[in-house]
Design a protein. Structure first.
Lengths: 83, 424
C-alpha cells in the first residue's frame, strides 16, 4: 500500500471524530489529530480501535502513545502490516 | 429575602408522548403508552408489558451529533437530554455549542442507574479479556451523573451540575433541591428532572420481586390500574422529564412564559421504622412529609385542590389514600381531586417524579384534571375515603389554584411539592 492509498484508507476512519472540517479537507501527513483536527483526546482510543478493525492489526499501548498525527499513524500501521 | 421560584420551561419524553404537546394531548384523552414487548416474553418475564417512549433515529439526530451517537447505548441519557434541551428551548433559550458558560444556571438531573445496556456490553467484552477494546464512552454512559454530564455540556451550564438518586422519588426530590437552590439565591435558573433507562435489565429485578403485574399481558393498556380493586402490581415504564425553574425576578425581567409557581416542598425519610421497610413506607413519615410541604408552602390543607398521587397500582395505593385523608383531614366529598399519571405511562421508576411533576404543571396551567384510567372498579378501601367523582375517568375541566405532587421510593424516602397557578 503506497502513501496515498494509506491516507485514503485512514481518512474515513478519522472522519467521524474530527471537529475542524477545514483542516480535514486539507489533510496531509503533517496534520495533527488534536491540534489541527481538534479531535477530543478521549476519542483517540476509539480511532485506534477503528484502525485495528480496518487493518486487522493490533496496536499496543506504546503504539498508541506515539500516534498523535497522520504521519505517525501511517508509520505504525505500515510497520504492523509488514510485521 | 428569599426568592420566589417559578416554572418557565418544560420537556418530557414519556411512553405516551415524546414532546410536551403530544404528552398533553395524551393526558387530556387518557391515552395509554403501555405496550406488549416480545423481548420480555422471550426472556420469560412474568410481566411482558411496559412503557417505552418512541424515539426514532430521526428524532435522535436532532439532539445528538453523529459522533455522540457512536457506540451510544444509554436510553436514560437519551431521554434526559431530549427532555432537557426541549425544556431549555421552551424557556426561551438557544442551544449553541459556542455559547458562553452560563454561571447563573445549574442542573440537578436524577436517575436510578445509568446506561445499563452499555454496561452489559462492557461486561461481556471485559470478561472476554477485551478491556482494551471498550472504547472511550463506557464511563460517561454508565456513571450515575452521565445524564448531567452530557446535558450540561450541550447547554454550557456553569452553576452546580449534579445528579441525585432516591429511587422512585428522584425526580420530585430534584425539583425540590433546585427550588431551594434558587430560593436561597445560589442560582437564577435550575434545570431539574430525572430519567430512567428502559428494558429488561432495569425491570428484571422488579419482576423477580413479583411486584409487577402479570395479568394483563394480552391487554397492555388495561395493565396499569392504580386505585383499582383489581390492581395486581405496577407496569414498568421509562423516559425522562425536565423542568426549568427560575427566580420570579429573572422570569419577569426577561418576560418569560410562566407555567406556575413552586410554592414549597419537603423531602424526608421514614427511617424504616413504624411499618417502614426497604420497600414499604412508614405512614407517619409520609404524613409528616406532606404536612411539612404544606407548611413550607405557607398554605393550609384545605387549599389543596388536586393531588397527583404516587399511586403505583400495588396494595399500597389504599394506604397512600389513607395517608392523604389523614394529613389533610379531608374525606368523601371534601377530598381533593386525585389522579395517577402512572395509569397512562406505567411506573417510570427514577423518571416517575419528573414526568409526573410535568403532568401536574400541565394540568394546572391548562386547568384540567387528567383522567385516571383503569379504576372503574375502585378499590373498596379507597371508596370509603374518597367520593368516586373526585377520581375522574374522563378529562375534567376545572378552575383551580393548587396541585400537590408526592413521590415515594424504596429506602422509605418521601418527597412532596406544591405548585400554584401563576397569575401575573
Amino acid at each position: 500500500m503506497n502513501k496515498e492509498e494509506l491516507i485514503a484508507k485512514l481518512k474515513p476512519i478519522i472522519a467521524p471524530y474530527i471537529q475542524d472540517e477545514e483542516s480535514f479537507k486539507n489533510l496531509t501527513e503533517d496534520t495533527d489529530f488534536v491540534n489541527d483536527l481538534k479531535i477530543n483526546s478521549a476519542n483517540l482510543v476509539d480511532i485506534i480501535l477503528d484502525i485495528e478493525d480496518a487493518f486487522d492489526i493490533r496496536l499496543e499501548n506504546e503504539d498508541m502513545e506515539q500516534m498523535l498525527d497522520v504521519k505517525s499513524a501511517m508509520n505504525i500501521v505500515t510497520q504492523k502490516l509488514q510485521g | 429575602m428569599k426568592n420566589r421560584v417559578v416554572i418557565t420551561g418544560l420537556g418530557v419524553v414519556a411512553p405516551n408522548g415524546t414532546s410536551v404537546a403530544e404528552f398533553t394531548h395524551a393526558l387530556k384523552n387518557g391515552h395509554s403508552g403501555i405496550r406488549f414487548h416480545k423481548e420480555l416474553k422471550a426472556l420469560n418475564f412474568s410481566c411482558q408489558i411496559g412503557g417505552i417512549p418512541k424515539v426514532s433515529d430521526e428524532l435522535k439526530s436532532k439532539y445528538f451529533t453523529d459522533l455522540q451517537l457512536r457506540g451510544f447505548n444509554s436510553s436514560g441519557i437519551l431521554y434526559g437530554c431530549i427532555a432537557g434541551i426541549d425544556a431549555w428551548k421552551d424557556a426561551g433559550f438557544n442551544v449553541d455549542s459556542e455559547s458562553k458558560v452560563d454561571y447563573n444556571t445549574g442542573l440537578i438531573f436524577g436517575t436510578g442507574t445509568s446506561g445499563v445496556e452499555k454496561f452489559r456490553e462492557a461486561i461481556y467484552k471485559l470478561d472476554e479479556g477485551q478491556v482494551r477494546r471498550l472504547g472511550s464512552t463506557v464511563v460517561l454512559q454508565t456513571m450515575a451523573s452521565g445524564v448531567s454530564a452530557y446535558l450540561s455540556g450541550m447547554l454550557g451550564l456553569g452553576n452546580q451540575v449534579t445528579t441525585n438518586s432516591s429511587a422512585c422519588s428522584t425526580g420530585t426530590e430534584a425539583l425540590i433541591m433546585g427550588y431551594e437552590h434558587i430560593k436561597n439565591g445560589k442560582a437564577e435558573r435550575m434545570i431539574v428532572g430525572s430519567c430512567s433507562d428502559h428494558g429488561p435489565y432495569v425491570w428484571g429485578g422488579f419482576d423477580a420481586m413479583r411486584v409487577m403485574t402479570y395479568k394483563h399481558n394480552d391487554q397492555p393498556e388495561l395493565g396499569s390500574r392504580p386505585m383499582s380493586a383489581s390492581a395486581s402490581g405496577f407496569v414498568p415504564g421509562s423516559g425522562a422529564a425536565a423542568i426549568v425553574l427560575e427566580s420570579l425576578e429573572s422570569a419577569l425581567e426577561r418576560k418569560a412564559k410562566i407555567y406556575a409557581e413552586v410554592l414549597g416542598g419537603n423531602v424526608n425519610s421514614g427511617g424504616q421504622r413504624n411499618g417502614g421497610t426497604l420497600t414499604a413506607p412508614n405512614p407517619e413519615a409520609v404524613q409528616r412529609c406532606i404536612n411539612d410541604a404544606i407548611e413550607n408552602a405557607n398554605i393550609t390543607p384545605k387549599d389543596v385542590d388536586v393531588i397527583n398521587g404516587h399511586l403505583t397500582a400495588t396494595s399500597k395505593d389504599a394506604l397512600e389514600i389513607e395517608n392523604w385523608a389523614t394529613v389533610l383531614n379531608r374525606k368523601g366529598q371534601q377530598f381533593p381531586y386525585i389522579n395517577s399519571t402512572k395509569s397512562l405511562v406505567g411506573h417510570c421508576l427514577a423518571a416517575a417524579g419528573a414526568i409526573e411533576c410535568v403532568a401536574s404543571i400541565i394540568q394546572l396551567k391548562e386547568q384540567f384534571v387528567a383522567p385516571s384510567i383503569n379504576c372503574e372498579d375502585l378499590h373498596p378501601e379507597i371508596e370509603k375515603l374518597v367520593t368516586r367523582e373526585k377520581i375522574p375517568n374522563q378529562k375534567l375541566d376545572l378552575e383551580f389554584d393548587v396541585i400537590a405532587k408526592a413521590s415515594f421510593g424504596f429506602g422509605d424516602v418521601n418527597a412532596c411539592v406544591l405548585f400554584k397557578r401563576f397569575m401575573a
